[in-house]
Design a binder for this molecule. Structure first.
Ligand code: CP
Length: 307
């Protein structure tokens, strides 16, 4: 597999490669601010969004991004496809490729699904989330948002709060932030922290109140409610009490700090509504940047041309 063909993870990207995605995304923000926010860069290309799991932000923003670049977009929905009749991921992809698509944006519950496809089809593959493994474009748009606010990520202090064990967003962000020189810490109940987390070079905290005042960025992760049913934390109420981003906690953060969340949010659990909607929150900026960032990713991997 040619690593430049696909975007499967952040783990192996260097600082220059990450910066290339972010710099181009900044340029596309200017395109998106125009009265007619469309460029012809990918005219004649066809992009397939192949989502085997639910998505709002990622699927829609990839579709908008492709259309802003003048590509044709085809959306696959598992619910109405022949996957329902037992067709495998590979057969699905091969059949779609026979219809001549140039790129596939795939989300799947199995870690490694995007790589599996990338190694077997000629179209470029973008990982839009594979199980608990990685969600590279979410991390890139998060890095873009932090760079907008702070100018640089070097030595930026970022605290990721919540279910680190099951979070592809946390993993991709940790890789990207560390590569760009940020200081990354996590805070969660011990049952939601992977045993080998320190190998990723992050600090680990268990008491949010002790540390929240030290950070430039507090990134809350969605609590997957099924984890409570499997006994990984005692109750949603207790989780909010110990780890929720409340107004009282956020008030103790640094003056220029920001609050982030990849979405979808559980309001009143990992983040209170008055924090999610506050001036400190950059949640909708993350979503807005997502379109520009995904334009950048599609442009680079589809071999787009500046016209
Ligand atoms: N952040 C994110 O991946 O959101 P969606 O699941 O809505 O795509």
């Amino acid at each position: 597999m040619n690593p430049k063909k696909d975007l499967l993870s952040i783990e192996y990207l260097g600082a220059d490669e990450i910066s290339q995605y972010l710099d181009l995304a900044d340029n596309f923000l200017e395109v998106l601010a125009r009265p007619i926010p469309i460029v012809p860069s990918l005219r004649g290309k066809t992009i397939l969004t192949l989502f085997f799991e639910a998505s709002t932000r990622t699927q829609i923003s990839f579709s908008i991004a492709a259309k802003r670049l003048s590509a044709d977009v085809v959306s696959f929905s598992q619910a109405t496809s022949s996957v329902k009749k037992g067709e495998t991921l590979l057969d699905t992809a091969r059949n779609i490729e026979a219809m001549k698509v140039d790129g596939v944006v795939v989300r799947h519950s199995a870690p490694g699904a995007a790589r599996f496809l990338a190694e077997r089809i000629d179209a470029f593959v973008i990982n839009a989330g594979d199980g608990a493994h990685e969600h590279p474009t979410q991390a890139l748009l998060d890095l873009m948002t932090m760079r907008q606010h702070f100018g640089t990520l070097n030595k930026l202090k970022v605290l990721i709060i919540g279910d680190i064990s099951h979070s592809r967003v946390a993993r991709s962000n940790i890789y990207g932030l560390k590569t760009l020189g940020a200081r990354v810490a996590i805070c969660a109940p011990p049952t939601l922290i992977p045993l080998d987390i320190k190998e990723l070079g992050v600090e680990v905290f268990y008491n949010l109140d002790d540390v929240i005042g030290d950070f430039d960025v507090a990134m809350a992760l969605r609590i997957q409610l099924e984890r409570q049913q499997s006994g990984l934390f005692p109750s949603v109420r207790e989780y909010r009490t110990l780890y929720g981003l409340t107004k009282e906690r956020v008030r103790r953060m640094k003056k220029k700090s920001v609050v982030m969340h990849p979405g979808p949010t559980n309001r009143g659990i990992e983040i209170d509504p008055d924090v999610a909607d506050s001036e400190k929150s950059v949640i909708l900026e993350q979503v807005k940047n997502g379109v520009a960032l995904r334009m950048s990713v599609l442009f680079i991997h589809a071999g787009g041309k500046i016209e």
